[in-house]
Design a protein around this ligand. Structure first.
Ligand SMILES: Cc1cc2nc3c(=O)[nH]c(=O)nc-3n(C[C@H](O)[C@H](O)[C@H](O)COP(=O)(O)OP(=O)(O)OC[C@H]3O[C@@H](n4cnc5c(N)ncnc54)[C@H](O)[C@@H]3O)c2cc1C
Length: 379
């Protein structure tokens, strides 16, 4: 049975207190300004949150995946965008571990200190779920790669110091994809800002690369092997994002419970009516079940288990779906007040929708995991 150990409980409590004190008061501000909260990133770095998954040698904390999940869940209760920033930072940092020592030393210590954010750019306007269909090309010319193409809907596009980009290095094969780091200040890069429904503090955007010259040593990992190289990192990201959605939903549920205890209608507290009670009890139960799915996924990923891929996809899927329902129900409990911008519920719902959109595509991956690739046409 899954249970947190003593050390994990202490970390959970301290991150909870930190997020409540330092992040919660500013979450709405950065969301409404639609600006990247560097101020909060600096504070998170001070207690090691920006380097949770990075090796100690490069200034990280080198913690396990379950503890990372616990920390991100607590941050997400008080600031969903900050949790997404931490998740992104830890993920791009992990991908860099496949790169050269030079690249690692250039970026990892700064990522751990909260001074650097890298974006992960896979998607293109004509290749989202079908990632093997990307067209951005990197052509080797002597000691450089010449990169041409575009990337769409990239989180942190506008503020990142560099992009970890998926590029085609063998156009004849769908799997001929490599990973390359492109510094944001190189010639030939154009960023177009995008405005999203949620994740408003993450500075989302499209990136165009036109004859961008990148040193060959910026290639991360083996040429034409990016998809299998990235598998564990993508799994981590999926399970953690599911947990982030649930962290935000847990906060909404606790606020709704509190309101139901105190709001009086027809001479009684709202929570005395079964219609409200049953809704909240069902949400509490589904939320706990979904959290366990996410933690089980993290456990399997850490063990490099064969089921990890399916569980990571399930964690992301259930995380987004249950979290959305829980926040939506919390809004109903609050009535008109829940709909108003006086409360953060509308922000929670907007942010969770972003997780849900990414999750929708995962159903086919879960199908592959359960039924096997031979039954499905996508691979
Ligand atoms: C807020 C946000 C942040 C993002 N940040 C990043 C980022 O940092 N880096 C990055 O690379 N990308 C990012 N993305 C892009 C994201 O990865 C894609 O949106 C996602 O992979 C889906 O791709 P798509 O939008 O092209 O949808 P499509 O692939 O065109 O799919 C459209 C719809 O069809 C469904 N669908 C697709 N294939 C199938 C199928 N075989 N069977 C049934 N239904 C199917 C999908 O579930 C979806 O509902 C971000 C997206 C959002 C919304």
């Amino acid at each position: 049975m899954f249970e947190l150990n003593e050390e994990q409980r202490i970390i959970q409590k301290s991150v909870h207190e930190f997020a409540k004190k330092e992040l919660a008061p500013k979450a709405s501000f950065w969301d409404s300004r639609e600006e990247f909260p560097w101020e909060l990133v600096k504070k998170m770095a001070e207690i090691g949150l920006t380097g949770l998954r990075l090796p100690k040698d490069y200034g990280g904390v080198e913690t396990d995946l379950i503890t990372t999940g616990i920390a991100l869940e607590e941050v997400a209760r008080y600031d969903h965008n900050c949790a997404i920033i931490l998740c992104g930072s830890n993920i791009t940092g992990r991908v860099l571990l496949y790169g050269s020592e030079k690249l690692k030393w250039k970026y990892l210590p700064d990522i751990a200190k909260g001074r650097c954010i890298l974006a992960f750019a896979a998607m293109e306007s004509e290749a989202g779920s079908d990632i093997r269909a990307i067209k951005t090309k990197a052509k080797r010319v002597k000691d450089k790669y010449l990169v041409n193409g575009e990337k769409s809907m990239i989180t942190f596009a506008e503020i990142a110091q560099g992009y970890i980009v998926l590029v085609k290095t063998d156009e004849k094969r769908r799997e001929g994809i490599s990973c390359i780091l492109i510094e944001a200040n190189r010639q030939g890069i154009d960023i177009q800002q995008l405005k999203g429904f949620g994740w408003r503090a993450t500075r989302w955007g499209n990136i165009a690369f036109s004859d961008v010259r990148v040193p060959a040593e910026n290639l991360i990992g083996e040429k034409n092997n990016a998809l299998s190289m990235l598998t564990p990192t993508v799994q981590e990201q999926r399970a953690l994002t599911g947990l982030i959605a649930l962290g935000t939903a847990r906060q909404a549920l606790e606020e709704a419970l509190d309101y139901a205890r105190n709001r009086r209608v027809f001479g009684k507290p709202l929570g005395k009516f079964e219609g409200i009670q049953f809704k909240l009890v069902e949400d509490f139960t589904s939320l706990e079940a979904a959290r366990l799915t996410c933690f089980q996924a993290l456990h399997l990923i850490e063990k490099n288990a064969v089921e990890a891929s399916t569980w990571a996809a399930m964690a992301n899927l259930i995380g987004g779906e249950i979290a959305y329902k829980v926040v939506n129900d919390a809004m109903d409990v609050y009535g008109g007040l829940g709909y108003s911008r006086e409360l953060p519920l509308e922000r929670y719902l907007r942010d969770i929708k972003a997780v849900q959109i990414a999750s929708a595509t995962l159903k086919m991956e879960i199908g592959q995991g359960i039924l096997g690739k031979e039954f499905l046409p996508y691979a």
